[in-house]
Ligand binder design. Sequence first.
Ligand SMILES: [Zn+2]
Length: 434
Amino acid sequence: MILANVLKQFSALSSFVFLLAACSEPAARKKAGESFIADVLTIDNASVDSPGSVPKFRFGPQPFKILTDVNDLSGEGLSLLQGGDLEVIEMAGSIIANGLFTGGNRPLLEYRINDGVVKPKTSKSLAMLSAMYQFDSLVANIELLTGKKPEEFSKEFGSLRVLFQPAILMDDDGEQVRNYETSNAAYVAGAKQFALFKTSDSEKVPLSFNPQIIAHEFGHAIFETAFYANNYQTCDSKDFDKANLFKGRLELEYVIRGLNEGFADFVSFAWTGSSNILESSIGKSSASAQRNFSELTFDYDAWSSVSNTCSGGFYCLGSVWARTLLDIYQGFNFDVRNGDQRKQFLRELVGMLKSTSEKLRANNGAALPPPDAEIEMCKPRQKRIGLIDDEMLGTFLKAFVESSSASSRKLYCEKIALRFGSFGFANKFRGSCS
Ligand SMILES: [Zn+2]
């Protein structure tokens, strides 16, 4: 069934069910401690025949593995809070770098149970269940995705919290402004929370429970454990002591923020098989086409030297990176339609990111180029500065290539050189390639 029809039928159905419920016995509530099956919106994985295409979605019963309490939408290490206030001091892309959450209530989930299946009665309940189904499955698959044992992951992560439609408090010229964002999802770095905002009418599959978007946000959490050594830091200019590495430096780097976005898109591809992350929600547009990394039309050198090649700032660098990872994946003769192989390659990447980070952090960041003036003042730069960013990128790529095994290094070198060219991966960084 086409999704729009599913959603239309769902809203017709839910008002019907609502009427019915009003004149019959209230449906039995599920008890805590039981795992459950619920009607949710998921991706039909078999529908993704090529990575650039838009997946098809389906609505129907799916078993939850981690959540055991449908009324609280909680389980071991995973829970949802509805409402509350999320204070945002700094937001870059879909990452809230400095967020403080207060309040929030247990979810108000409206459902009935039919033949043992939890059936959401409102679109809000459908959104909560569908979003949580994705988080539930991602956490249940953590070892396949990252190579980390579930115990290890939960030790690092504590409890993952999903904030459903919090109000955003933003500091605007010293005044706190409360607004309810629409049409987005975000990862609150450091606090390890996911924020899902209200949906707008213009979205096809709402971003806040689109499995492609949720997997992207989850990708930021994986990047945090691997590259930020599970310790995402906020910069404080008082800490700057002329050493290359200081608290929050790598978190602020324009290049690293782009690589984080591209990695998150690649995690989404590993999860669903599609590189077309946005089209299912926002439709066909230049923004969704630029993010569809398997059909990328530019490389790093073109983006660096020709204006208007890509308008997404550091996301553009991310797309070149995601495309490079896909080239390497295919260079190993892995099949884009094989979910096990996609996860296997992702595990290798997670290990390499960890090792890359260790190389960049060694001896107080001796390998890193000196920080630019804005980063010294703890400001996240919004524009690329070629001379500075090419150095940072080359330094990262050198350490990344050195983290590959001897048998696959040639492949990594070739594919990275192809996409990043002479600006992004200058000869002086290619020492370990020959
Ligand atoms: Zn993101």
